[in-house]
Design a protein around this ligand. Structure first.
Ligand SMILES: [Zn+2]
Length: 282
């Protein structure tokens, strides 16, 4: 099996408290690389701790491998009154911090207009942080069910901030993409790439979009511990299950699994500017 990159997971979350080391070691040994995504201040710090722990050249026991990188961000559903962008700014300079996110707008779980306004204000501050630190954005946006489009608003805000920017070759990713084909198109025009996870293994809704998207516009992810793909649906998810997402894309695009794993690995490295240590071999 070739190496594969889970571009969005949460190995620092409490669902792994009982077996985190074992789970990470097992996945790294299978050649599964991961981006540990922060979803609030605490889980951003924990993501950095994990990334720093799994760093350096490979060792025979599988530890000390540079297989985990971190992001710092605040999930729109996790916004609290004491939010301060400075807290995130100081974390963002960590050497294994590769992106700002997940950040964005979630209208699925937030019907209140004033909360949505707050989400937009905070999203805007995180975009400024991404521009200031020259890091890509990991977007979490979800539309209201049969209602208002969070993606449309996010796209408007990003355009207002100057995206697509000529200086940003890879400005970010729309994680767990569940928007419309028109919204997908708008993200591509802003220079963003789209990430798919287990959802595409249990609904046909995104089949056409995946078939149509060029390979260099696709990332794969798990969003573990959530959204386990078929045939693990309903169980705790883990980074290695990203293999099932790659298999589904291979099937939809009539490609070899190995090619999907390889190309999405390269896309993830490009987006997050990840350079593996020269002594690193699989
Ligand atoms: Zn997530």
């Amino acid at each position: 099996m070739s190496k594969i990159f889970d571009s969005h997971c949460h190995p620092q979350f409490p669902q792994y408290d009982a077996d985190r080391e074992e789970m990470i070691k097992r996945n790294l040994e299978q050649g599964v690389f991961m981006i540990a995504v922060g979803a609030n201040l605490e889980t951003s710090k924990q993501a950095i701790e994990l990334a720093n722990k799994y760093d350096g050249p490979p060792s025979p026991d599988g530890f000390g491998r540079a297989g985990i990188w971190a992001t710092v961000g605040l999930h729109p559903d996790d916004i609290k009154d004491d939010f301060k962008i400075e807290d995130y700014r100081s974390l963002s300079s960590g050497k294994k911090v590769v992106a700002i996110g997940e950040v964005g707008l979630d209208y699925y779980r937030t019907p209140e207009e004033e909360k949505r306004t707050r989400q937009k204000e905070i999203f805007s501050q995180f975009i400024d942080l991404a521009l200031e630190t020259d890091k890509p954005l990991v977007l979490h946006c979800r539309n209201e069910k049969n209602g208002k489009s969070a993606h449309e608003d996010a796209i408007k805000i990003l355009s207002g901030k100057g995206y697509p920017s000529p200086s940003l070759q890879f400005p970010g990713v729309a994680h767990s993409f569940t928007g419309t084909p028109e919204e997908a198109d708008s993200y591509l025009k802003l220079g963003f790439i789209l990430a798919f996870n287990g959802i595409i293994t249990f609904t046909e809704e995104y089949d056409e979009l995946v078939k149509f998207l060029p390979m260099n516009k696709i990332l794969i992810e798990t969003d573990a511990p959530y959204l386990a793909p078929e045939p693990y649906r309903g169980q705790r998810n883990e980074p290695g299950h990203v293999i099932e997402v790659a298999k589904k894309i291979a099937q939809l695009k009539n490609m070899d699994y190995e090619m999907v794993a390889k190309e999405t690995f390269g896309n993830t490295q490009k987006l997050f500017k990840i350079h593996l240590p020269p002594e690193y071999k699989l």
